[in-house]
Design a binder for this molecule. Structure first.
Ligand code: HEC
Ligand code: HEC
Length: 570
């Protein structure tokens, strides 16, 4: 990826502003604070002390200014260290930087319960943020995600200094969001309370100090018994890649000698829709006892690399997360790993919907620990569905079934070898409609200096359910179908002819490739190639004559011209 411009902010700022952020806090660390909670968590790792102490001096208990008063994810620490390098002149080599990130993520990290609500942030998922707070509205959500904030825990003085950091480095912020710009509120509110005269940034700090404090029960509970996760062995993999469908396979983890929290990783999987097989190898580190951060490639080729960000459940039986790549981390696979165990287990199916009145329908069932042979009687789909044949080869059971015309529609359990998988199968009589997911999507023009951000879609078949009405609770989601894709104008601006400029969607796969960035002399007013369109899926069910259609809003917008993340990488 091309390098975005370095921070223009640097020139605005006098070194004085920054020095005072440091001395203010070192002074705070030296004078005993009123509440014990403010003193922070000591740093006992001498490697961290050595790397950071030139500027963050430890006191006699190992409490280091600015560092001891906060906890965050490995990404949070990584970002801080890159910021220290880019803006504060920290000199550190890559190996030491990695060791410091790991050490701090373990000693000043998050507990599983604390990390869970911020998973979308570290897994780089696109979507609306669920976390909402009036205290942060318009103040902290103006420039970056709230995810960056809810993955941090700090003392009150540290939340205060974070505000000072923003003001020191980005002085314009006061005019943008941190100060109340209009007249001060007057009079009492509806409940008879005096007006709230705090600045937006003060409101935010009060809220953050209460909601995300340094010391919590979750963290003290987790650290009291934190240990390396014993996850070596074989795991079944089930996944979903948007526009490519379900993926099944397995992951084998082998401990790295001398490191209790590192594993090598051999992954093999099959795209059920096409039969395409993939083998990947790589390495994983488990931070704070549960945060999986890995990287795998196909045969070592960097162009095939996927970053893996997953959550190891504290029971060590399931691991869930996202593997991703792309200029904006937008090309991802949702992945779930389950311990393979010893007996036959169903991992997933190539499709899940069976039509009433259809004979000879086949279903591929991906399993772990497959028996040497299977018979029709080993499978049970419930009343109205008869299994006429079953075969097994390389962990895939292929069942041939007949579904009676009058079989009850709705979800039902699939029983394989005596174990039920509730709701695994859906019997339906008719495809009533098509819906596109995600319901809105974003793409960024690029390809000249900045990367393109691609957008991908799935089209799902739906049945109206027993009430025969669309968009009600009993609607049945059937399978993702292979639709024909096209774009339609989304009327936001008159005569802007977005369709001609924004880019193209692949008719067969539903993958949208945006046009290049920059002014376009062919477009009226030399505008950029940005705009709004509909991504439209068209699908004709077998036996039907008219196609069913579904659509989603696609916003094709500007590249991230300015990346706030500093661009140096250790
Ligand atoms: C060369 C001096 C220097 C070194 C070395 C240094 N820092 Fe900093 N650090 C600063 C300054 C100056 C600030 C205050 C201004 C700022 O936040 O950018 C700061 C602020 C911070 C903050 C508070 C930022 C926030 O989010 O509010 C953290 C955390 C931090 N440093 C961590 C580290 C760690 C970890 C190391 C060691 C790997 C380190 N620093 C090494 C100079 C340094
Ligand atoms: C004007 C844009 C802007 C606004 C508004 C803003 N931030 Fe930031 N924030 C930044 C930038 C730029 C960075 C530093 C660049 C980086 O490290 O990625 C940053 C960094 C951070 C970090 C990471 C700091 C570190 O070193 O770990 C946190 C946490 C944060 N902001 C919280 C907040 C909170 C809380 C608010 C509201 C009070 C807020 N931000 C409002 C632009 C903004």
């Amino acid at each position: 990826m091309a390098k975005p411009a370095r921070f223009p902010f640097r020139m605005v700022l006098g070194a004085g502003a920054v020095t005072c952020l440091l001395t203010a806090s070192s002074a705070a660390a030296q004078t005993p604070p009123a509440a014990a909670a403010d003193s922070g968590i000591p740093v006992t790792d001498t490697a961290v002390q050595k790397a950071c102490s030139p500027c963050h001096r430890p006191d006699d208990k190992g409490v280091m200014s600015r560092i001891s008063g906060r906890r965050t994810t490995p990404e949070g620490w990584e970002r801080t260290i890159t910021r220290m390098m880019a803006l504060n002149n920290l000199k550190i080599d890559a190996q030491t930087a990695r060791a410091v990130v790991k050490s701090l993520a373990n000693s000043h990290g998050l507990a599983p319960e604390e990390a869970r609500p911020g998973l979308y942030e570290v897994q780089r998922r696109l979507g609306d943020e669920e976390f909402k707070s009036d205290a942060l509205n318009g103040t902290c959500d103006a420039c970056h995600s709230l995810g960056r904030i809810i993955t941090q825990r700090r003392t009150k003085p540290e939340w205060d200094l974070l505000i000072s950091m923003h003001r020191g480095w980005y002085p314009i912020i006061d005019r943008q969001t941190f100060r109340r710009m209009g007249p001060a509120p007057r009079g009492r509110d509806a409940q008879g309370r005096p007006p709230d005269l705090r600045h937006p940034s003060e409101k935010a700090v009060d809220f953050l100090s209460d909601t995300f404090p340094l010391e919590t029960k979750d963290w003290s509970g987790w650290t009291a018994s934190m240990r390396p996760a014993r996850i070596d062995g074989t795991w079944t993999l089930s996944g979903w890649e948007v526009s490519k469908g379900p993926i099944y396979g397995k992951v084998v983890l082998t401990p790295v000698a001398g490191a209790a929290d590192e594993f090598t990783n051999t992954t093999t999987y099959t795209y059920a829709r096409t039969g395409e097989q993939v083998s990947r190898t790589g390495r994983v580190t488990i931070y704070t006892g549960f945060q999986w951060r890995g990287r795998t490639t196909v045969g070592g080729a960097d162009t095939t690399a996927l970053r893996e960000v997953m959550f190891v459940e504290p029971d060590w039986n399931a691991i869930e997360g996202r593997w991703f790549a792309g200029g904006y981390d937008e090309l991802g696979i949702d992945v779930k790993l389950q311990r393979a165990g010893a007996g036959l287990t169903v991992v997933g199916m190539d499709h899940t919907a069976l039509k009433t009145g259809g004979t000879g329908q086949t279903l591929k069932i991906y399993v772990a620990n497959a028996p040497a042979s299977v018979a029709a009687r080993d499978l049970d789909f419930g009343p109205g569905v008869t299994v006429s044949a079953a075969t097994v080869a390389s962990d895939v059971i292929t069942a041939t079934v007949d579904v009676a015309a009058g079989a009850a529609i709705g979800p039902r359990a699939l029983v394989v070898g005596g174990t039920a998988k509730p709701g695994a199968i859906t019997v339906y009589d008719k495809v009533d409609g098509i819906r596109v997911t995600p319901t809105w999507n974003m793409s960024r023009v690029g390809g000249v200096v900045f990367p393109k951000m691609f957008a991908r879609f799935d089209a799902w078949a739906f049945n109206n359910g027993p009430d025969k009405k669309p968009n009600t609770d009993d609607d049945l989601r059937l399978d993702a179908v292979v639709a024909q894709w096209s774009l339609e104008e989304y009327k936001a601006t008159f005569e802007d002819e977005d369709l001609k400029f924004v880019g193209a969607i692949d008719a067969a796969s539903g993958i949208f490739t945006p046009n290049v960035e920059g002014p376009n002399p062919q477009r009226k007013g030399e505008r950029n190639n940005m705009g709004d369109v509909w991504a439209v899926a068209s699908y004709t069910p077998p036996g039907a004559t008219t196609p069913l259609k579904g659509r989603a809003h696609l916003l094709v917008t500007a590249p991230l011209y300015m990346k706030f993340d500093p661009t140096v990488t250790p």
